[in-house]
Design a protein around this ligand. Structure first.
Ligand code: HGY
Ligand code: MN
Ligand code: MN
Length: 412
């Protein structure tokens, strides 16, 4: 049987979804539970309902569409990704995976198959961490805690405002755990968001593992003062701490932590006027490592550096570990084999690779067979309006997802 997706239908869906929250430069702005994100979820659920899939929203605000199995006691194969985006991000990150999952479910159903598992197309809340990070998939996995909700990396006010817009209650987030015994696995198609596949002209990447991620809020406390009358050698200028920490931390990671990354995603100087020496500097620090040892080592090196820089400029450092961290995660051998066999059945060159981007599969892998398939990103760019993947690659990835889903569904 030549089981393939309906590429034109997937493309029509993708072009339509790309218009929701469009920023006009090829990107989208759909932070979790923003009006644009909620509209995107309503839209794709409508498309799923047109195909006869039953819409579902769990207490954590994860939305899904189910094609039920006729078999009693069937378990559920989750296939999906996320429709939330980073602020002013790209239109492929997450969205392609949700729509490819919907297309795979439609294609399986149209093939007249009767599967021993329910197929659930799922769109996880806040994969991107503009609120907390893997919020919905952690809730489904039962690994979300009240403590994490109290210190979300996007700030508690933003989380509460988003929950209010989505009609999600804190109790719901903490009660959304899915019994792993009811799961037959999880599969996700995603753009690579890096240069490996593109550089090697390989159309399919089968993901073997995902990097660990942690976030810190580092605040330097100095002394606000008059910008004109305070001698340059008598300032407790918090901006100096921010600048020195950023540059020195980067040097440290380049020198001592190969394969790891560090990002200072925001710097807020306060009070923030031209003529006031900044009394405080708040840095949003995120760092990643492929193994727990290096993640721990990198964290202690960064905290040590924060103190050294503080002393150098007479500033008091305050470091707060933020919720949304995730451990380095290997993916499932059966899922990897199913994705590899699917690529082979389509005569697509493939390679295995490690993901430097975080994904909901990190939440699912500890409780069920989880796998991911990547397609090339043009110039390796992502989290920006320039994010782009060739349509042929999108179709290849969706067909690999479709056939791997059938394989996992047929041998749950
Ligand atoms: O940030 C990430 O790694 C992913 O794109 N959410
Ligand atoms: Mn993503
Ligand atoms: Mn992303």
């Amino acid at each position: 049987m030549t089981l393939l997706i309906n590429a034109d239908r997937l493309r029509a869906d993708f072009e339509a979804l790309s218009q929701i929250g469009a920023t006009g430069d090829g990107g989208v702005d759909r932070p979790c539970w923003s009006p644009a994100h909620l509209e995107a979820q309503r839209w794709w659920l409508g498309r799923a309902a047109e195909a006869g899939l039953a819409p579902h929203t769990d207490p954590a605000g994860n939305v899904s569409a189910v094609w039920p199995s006729a078999q009693p006691g069937a378990r559920t194969l989750l296939v999906g990704s996320h429709t939330d985006s980073v602020p002013r991000g790209g239109r492929f990150d997450g969205a392609l995976g949700v729509l490819a999952a919907l297309e795979a479910a439609r294609s399986l159903r149209e093939a007249g198959l009767s599967l021993p598992v329910h197929i659930e197309v799922i769109d996880f809340a806040d994969e991107e961490g503009t609120l907390l990070g893997l919020l919905g998939s952690k809730a489904l996995a039962g690994t979300l805690t009240a403590a994490a909700l109290a210190a979300p990396r996007g700030g508690r006010p933003a989380l509460e405002a988003g929950m209010a817009r989505a009609g999600v209650a804190e109790a719901g987030l903490l009660a959304a755990r899915r019994d792993p015994a009811g799961l037959a696995g999880y599969l996700e198609l995603h753009i690579e968001q890096g240069p490996t596949l593109m550089r090697n002209a390989i159309p399919i990447g089968v993901v073997q593992g995902i990097v660990g991620i942690r976030s810190l809020r580092l605040t330097y406390h100095g002394q606000a003062n008059h910008a004109g009358t305070t001698p340059m050698d008598q300032r407790l200028d918090a901006s100096l701490g921010a600048a020195a920490f950023t540059l020195t931390a980067r040097e440290l990671v380049l020198r001592d932590f190969p394969g790891c990354t560090l990002n200072i995603g925001h710097v807020r100087l306060a009070p923030g006027a031209f003529n006031i020496i900044p009394g405080t500097a708040e840095l949003g620090v995120e760092f990643r490592a492929p193994d727990l040892g290096r993640l721990d080592d990198l964290q202690s090196v960064l905290l040590g550096l924060a103190d050294v820089v503080g002393r150098q400029f007479g500033l008091t450092p305050q470091a707060e570990a933020l919720a949304g961290d995730c451990a380095p995660t290997p993916l499932g051998a059966r899922a990897i084999a199913a994705l590899t066999a699917a690529a082979d059945s389509l005569a697509l060159r493939h390679t295995t690779l490690f993901s430097g981007a975080g994904h909901d599969a990190m939440s699912l892998a500890p409780l069920t067979e989880a796998g991911m398939v990547f397609i090339p990103s043009r110039a390796g760019v992502s989290h920006a309006p320039q994010e782009f993947s060739e349509w042929e690659d999108c179709v290849n990835g969706a067909n690999v997802l479709l056939r791997a889903a059938l394989a996992l569904a047929s041998a749950p």
